[in-house]
Write a protein that binds this ligand. Structure first.
Ligand SMILES: NC(=O)c1ccc[n+]([C@@H]2O[C@H](COP(=O)([O-])OP(=O)(O)OC[C@H]3O[C@@H](n4cnc5c(N)ncnc54)[C@H](O)[C@@H]3O)[C@@H](O)[C@H]2O)c1
Length: 361
């Protein structure tokens, strides 16, 4: 079999993780890279010894090559443009998270995917953590009864990423999209991705815009904290909190409340990260009644073996392309994630509860 021909669009930070993952898969060859910053794609390809691979200053030119699939590793604001063009040219797409910066873009990406007959998978690697999967299976087995409330918890005390993450033009949205999308994916995926109905939200940026706390404050244009109360189909509510910076170590644990039992989930690196839900899980407690007595039973954590979570995400995409499978992390789900981000932005701007409406695709 001919190797799968891969192109990488956007050769900044995370493109390195994509390249490393592809290079570890024998059925794949990286044939090109594109970045709008002159010389950046060439330097990137050379860094990996990919001297035969071609470099381009635009994704349009890269898409003129003979390619099977692309990774979209651009900053958030150009995910939709690059993914839609790649799908329209008949390529499968692995797009970095968040899916996009607006719901309208996510809808357009999903339409482009449908029209193309190719797959569009969104890069949420915590899905491959065995303990994240354990939470989902505990809930799916019915151990919690009916889940009626979820709290996302976590959030960083000081963790503004800087670079292209703090401008409207490149990032579009701040902490909410950067790490909030992970918390939403964990919450929603654990309970089967129910449809979001309404959102009442708050967002602010008191830290990013204050030189006392953030050296690059003059450039800071996005949110650094948000909280929201989200109603989901099935009479479930989601109490969401996310932060790049705050005067607190964490906004709490990740909590699932059910009619028969509850689950409390903690991050592994509370001291320095506070919990962003972008990696593996630190501790899971099963809260239940045993012989009528409220009891806390630790759920034994399993060890992740084999490739990193990131590599697993890239491998799952490659496997889906080669074997004609569905997208491993499908747009049908992530559209709901993006709809909530969109609702949080609208609600916090309008300072009232808003309805979530998703156009028919
Ligand atoms: N899954 C993860 O663990 C993870 C980790 C970090 C970042 N990310 C995501 O990856 C994306 C990129 O983050 P990053 O840290 O690599 O940012 P970055 O700014 O380092 O890199 C983005 C690159 O895309 C290029 N670019 C932008 N628009 C382009 C276009 N139209 N065509 C070609 N190149 C274009 C930029 O010039 C830049 O070099 C973000 O959406 C971020 O949320 C995911």
């Amino acid at each position: 079999m001919e190797p799968l021909r891969i192109g990488i669009i956007g050769t900044g930070g995370i493109a390195h993780a994509h390249a490393r993952a592809y290079l570890a898969i024998p059925e794949v060859t990286i044939v090109g890279g594109a970045d709008i910053v002159p010389g950046k794609a060439r330097a990137f390809l050379d860094e990996f010894g990919l001297t035969e691979a071609r470099d381009f200053a635009s994704h349009e030119d890269l898409l003129k090559m003979d390619l099977d699939a692309v990774s979209v590793c651009t900053y958030n604001a150009t995910h939709a443009l690059c993914a839609i063009d790649a799908l329209a040219s008949g390529r499968h797409v692995l797009c970095e998270k968040p899916m996009s910066i607006t719901l309208a873009e996510a809808v357009a990406m999903t339409r482009a995917e449908k029209a193309s007959g190719k797959i569009l998978s969104i890069g949420f690697q915590p899905r491959y953590d065995v303990n994240t999967q354990k939470v989902k299976s505990i809930i799916a087995e019915g151990a919690l009864g009916k889940v009626y409330y979820i709290q996302t918890g976590g959030g960083r005390r000081r963790g503004i990423p800087g670079r292209t993450f703090i401008n409207k033009e490149t990032a579009g949205v701040g902490a909410l999209a950067d790490i909030g999308c992970y918390a939403l994916d964990f919450a929603l995926n654990s309970i089967g991705y129910p449809k979001p109905l309404t959102v009442s939200a708050y967002a602010s940026n008191y830290f990013g815009t204050n030189p006392k706390y953030y050296a690059d404050a003059a450039r800071f244009q996005v949110d650094d904290f948000s909280a929201a109360f989200i109603r989901l189909e099935g009479d479930i509510v989601l109490d969401f909190r996310m932060s790049w910076a705050m005067h607190m170590d964490t906004t709490g644990d990740f909590v699932f409340l059910g009619t028969d039992a509850g689950l409390k989930v903690r991050q592994p690196h509370m001291k320095w990260w506070g919990g962003a839900w972008d990696g593996p899980i630190g501790q899971i407690s099963f809260m239940h009644d045993q012989f009528g007595i409220p009891t806390e039973t630790p759920v034994p954590l399993a060890e992740n073996t084999g490739p990193s979570l990131f590599e697993k995400k890239v491998r799952a995409f490659v496997d889906a392309v080669i074997n004609g499978k569905e997208a491993p992390i499908p747009t049908s789900q992530i559209l709901y994630n993006q709809a909530i981000l969109d609702g949080i932005i609208r609600s916090s701007a309008e300072k009232r509860e808003v309805a979530i409406e998703i156009e028919q695709i």
